[in-house]
Ligand binder design. Structure first.
Ligand SMILES: Cc1cc2nc3c(=O)[nH]c(=O)nc-3n(C[C@H](O)[C@H](O)[C@H](O)COP(=O)(O)OP(=O)(O)OC[C@H]3O[C@@H](n4cnc5c(N)ncnc54)[C@H](O)[C@@H]3O)c2cc1C
Length: 488
């Protein structure tokens, strides 16, 4: 039985492992010259940068797929500091990953009762317990999910998951301090959403960091893709790089072949799309995108500068945030006005803080990112030039030195490049946003209801974007697909 996977993003790689273990002869077709998709890296002279994801949570979803040999090769460390926050009123806060230390320091810094913050995280934990088995770990589109013990428990407890107010209203109701509210609102950006519109159910995200922790692989984020690739190879998976799938052929309600460059056809028994689901319908199947998927709002995109900086900043850590004064205005710019806003929140990731070889001695590799709208045809050259000026001015002011003069090497990624490089619809980072309380139901299911042998995984489908959820999409898909020897 042959399984063809279109795309070698993190979900495509993990699907290939699951299906090889189920006895399929697996072929992965990737349009780029290498694997990883958004999870890739850039080398600029002596600086190495992770190009996309920088925050690694729930590593167990990676390690559970590895055999002992690969497990031994994949090293990662738990970060003691989750993030250094810089606020416009001059407050700074280095968030410890240890929950008790966080509670005590946050209570002192933000003048909020420790117990109130503890209660907030407790609720976050409870929401995770209720939602994860149904909304994250199972197919939302199979009856058996709702008839299982955890499914019934989830449904009976839906009233407890805070679906009917926004993240920001729940957080602002709980806390008075503007800075602490901003820290918790920021978790909406972990899946490209807007805390002023997304349901308070998303307040589940802080639990993942404060309970399970944040991690950094010893060889950078890209090594997550590398270890999955090596595991897949060891299971006999065949990779075809520089092999863009141009079209999928069908006969009645079955897919039959994929078309590759030079009109080469490849026949398979099952097909797994790891590329963006909207692209599968529009470009590969040349059919209409199902209405509910079409309607789903894209997640945010990003503008990233990769800067080699010839100086070290002891006040910075691996993850750093320089907040805007007006968070609501920033999210309006991203999701409504879809333009470049005046005072963007800036995120800086510096892996060389832990991985010394990522930058020359005395220097740092800065991944400087702002959230942006998706590509709707804006003038991105102008957007980038304006944003760069604002970023440099804000960082220079906050860090008390001229950042522009410290930049040795530079590269950038914007929504257009993200779209070109990964095929992501309009350059969205996480597929569709979770801005609507029914968002989970607007995502493409992990299987097609039209074509019997078509399945989906990756950030644009259930359960959503981000590395852990992409890995879960592959796991759900493999639960649905029968073993090769039991398939007729
Ligand atoms: C800048 C940025 C920052 C992020 N930060 C984080 C973070 O900190 N933590 C986190 O967990 N997540 C983060 N994410 C999101 C995370 O990277 C994605 O959700 C995840 O990597 C998507 O994986 P995927 O399996 O959906 O595939 P993708 O990475 O989207 O890859 C899809 C692959 O399919 C290939 N492809 C497309 N069309 C075709 C075709 N026709 N034929 C063959 N191949 C094709 C593409 O070339 C690509 O390799 C970030 C993303 C970006 C871009």
């Amino acid at each position: 039985m042959i399984a063809s996977i279109i795309g070698s993003g993190v979900a495509g790689l993990s699907s290939s492992i699951h299906l090889a273990k189920k006895g399929y002869s697996v072929h992965v077709f990737e349009k780029n010259a290498t694997y990883g998709g958004k999870l890739s890296q850039i080398q600029l002279e002596n600086y190495r940068f992770d190009a996309g994801p920088s925050l690694f949570t729930m590593p167990q979803y990676v390690t559970e797929m590895l055999d002992q040999e690969h497990l031994d090769k994949f090293e990662f460390e738990k970060l003691e500091i989750l993030c250094n926050y810089f606020f416009t009123d001059g407050t700074t806060f280095n968030a410890p990953s240890n929950k008790e230390s966080f509670l005590s320091l946050a209570s002192d810094t933000f003048q909020e009762p420790e117990n109130q913050i503890r209660k907030f995280l407790k609720k976050s934990e409870k929401t995770y317990e209720i939602t994860a088995p149904v909304f994250l770990q199972s197919s939302l589109h199979k009856l058996k999910t709702y008839l299982s013990k955890t499914g019934i428990y989830g449904i009976l407890n839906l009233w407890r998951i805070d679906m009917f107010r926004t993240m920001n209203s729940a957080i602002s109701y709980t806390f008075k301090n503007k800075n602490l509210i901003q820290i918790f609102n920021r978790y909406a950006t972990y899946n490209g959403s807007d805390p002023f519109r997304a349901p308070a159910t998303l307040n589940v995200i802080p639990h993942l960091e404060y309970h399970y922790g944040a991690f950094l692989p010893k060889e950078g984020m890209q090594s997550i893709a590398k270890i999955l690739y090596e595991q897949a190879l060891s299971l006999g998976v065949t990779f075809h790089f520089n092999s863009e799938v141009r079209s999928i052929y069908k006969s009645d309600n079955q897919l039959t072949h994929i078309e590759l460059p030079n009109k080469k056809l490849f026949k398979s028994d099952i097909f797994i799309a790891n590329c963006d689901a909207k692209l599968v319908y529009k470009k590969l199947l040349r059919t209409h995108v199902p209405q509910k998927i079409k309607k789903a709002e894209n997640s945010s995109s990003a503008l990233i500068f990769y800067w080699g900086i010839k100086k070290e900043f002891p006040e910075l850590d691996v993850h750093n945030i320089f907040f805007t004064e007006d968070y609501k205005q920033e999210f309006n710019s991203i999701f409504q006005a879809k333009n470049c806003q005046n005072d963007p929140t800036i995120y800086i990731n510096i892996t060389s803080k832990k991985i010394k070889v990522d930058a020359p001695e005395g220097c740092e590799n800065w991944f400087v990112m702002i959230n942006t709208p998706c590509n709707e045809g804006q003038d991105w050259d102008r957007f980038r030039a304006e944003a760069k000026e604002k970023i440099i001015s804000k960082l220079s002011k906050t860090l008390g030195c001229d950042i522009a003069s410290l930049i040795e090497v530079e590269e950038y990624l914007d929504p257009v490049r993200i779209e070109q490089f990964t095929g992501s619809n309009k350059g969205s980072l996480y597929g569709s946003s979770s801005n609507h309380r029914m968002s989970a139901f607007f995502r493409q299911a992990n299987f097609s209801s039209i074509y019997k042998n078509l399945y989906f995984c990756g950030g644009s489908v259930h359960p959503g974007g981000g590395i852990p959820l992409c890995l879960l999409s592959a796991k759900i898909l493999s639960d649905i697909i029968p073993n090769a020897n039991s398939r007729k």
